[in-house]
Design a binder for this molecule. Sequence first.
Ligand SMILES: Nc1nc2c(ncn2[C@@H]2O[C@H](COP(=O)(O)OP(=O)(O)OP(=O)(O)O)[C@@H](O)[C@H]2O)c(=O)[nH]1
Ligand SMILES: [Mg+2]
Length: 358
Amino acid sequence: MYSGNEDLSDLSDIGLKDEELDKILDENRLKIRIIGVGGAGSNTINKMSEKNFESDVADIRTIAVNTDAVHLKEIRANKRFVIGKALSRGRGAGADPSKGEQAARESVNEIDKALEGSKITVIVAGMGGGTGTGAAPFIASRSKKAGSLAIGICSWPLKGEGKVREENARLGLTNFVRAADSVILFQNDEIVKLVPNDRVDAALAFADSIMMQAIEGIIDSVTRTTQVNTEMSDLEKVMSKKGIGTFGVGVSDSPAGQRVQEAFDQAMNSPFSNLKMEQARAMLISITGGEDLRMNEQTEAMELARQKIGRDAIIIPRLGTDRNLTGKIKILVFATGIPTGYDNLVADDSDFSVNSID
Ligand SMILES: Nc1nc2c(ncn2[C@@H]2O[C@H](COP(=O)(O)OP(=O)(O)OP(=O)(O)O)[C@@H](O)[C@H]2O)c(=O)[nH]1
Ligand SMILES: [Mg+2]
């Protein structure tokens, strides 16, 4: 019988050493890959480099890919590479989505390697140009093939950018929605309205920061331990094969009793797209507050969500605390499965090549 006094030092020969245990834990950490494609996508990745996204439970890496080597040189990411070197010689895709897609096909091995083992892949791009529009859907299809959840984050061009870009965006978004599990859409025209001055570069930088908040929300939903902890399966319930979606955020510092409604209304009236949250088939609603956050505030937010969206819609709540939010409440909403006929953003029947890629 074990008396408690025996020398156990030789057990290390048959058991696992700490380093080995660490290695196993490390290998089994949830792999999350955030890949920015083209100019706009890479700019959002660059924004992420200003923040610390590290997590104990997840292995999170940022990747930037572009046909444009000059632009890529300016980007900070865990990994960067030029796609379609033979095709575009590092000089961009000249606003031609078919070139963007070809470039991605040429670099399929590098793309597959970068996405190896990923369980959640977030693909970020601006629709309307060549690289992001053509390559993002292809990359989404590769990540699905690798067994990952594929979430697209993309912007829709300004009206002022013209008809050609809009048509490209429509084709790209159509392909993207088919290839990915969900694509969260941000319309630059809506975002520009929120920026006080009319400088386009400031507005686009603001758009990047909004897209980054959405990415952060996705990461937090699986990595931050909260009282009501959503995990991978919850994220899957909201994102998996739910088509097009929208994102909203609201913050209120009003007194308890008022602030949930305020933050919720702000988040629901998301000014980042024209898509109607009320038509969503699934919703991830994340409520964060300081130490003063009350349990009944979560119930209140759930009830508001229930009243707002269809009876059959799935609602997944997530409750978190953040010391920086004392006296405030912040609500993030991802609404997916919104019918796509609206506003003709997605073509019903378009030339679609990505799904046939093997
Ligand atoms: N959010 C955001 N959107 C941008 C930015 N730059 C451009 N856009 C939008 O994204 C669309 C695509 O632009 P880019 O990402 O520069 O194009 P690209 O994918 O690099 O394609 P090519 O340069 O043609 O190879 C544009 O039509 C704009 O609507 C940016 O910095 N941030
Ligand atoms: Mg470019």
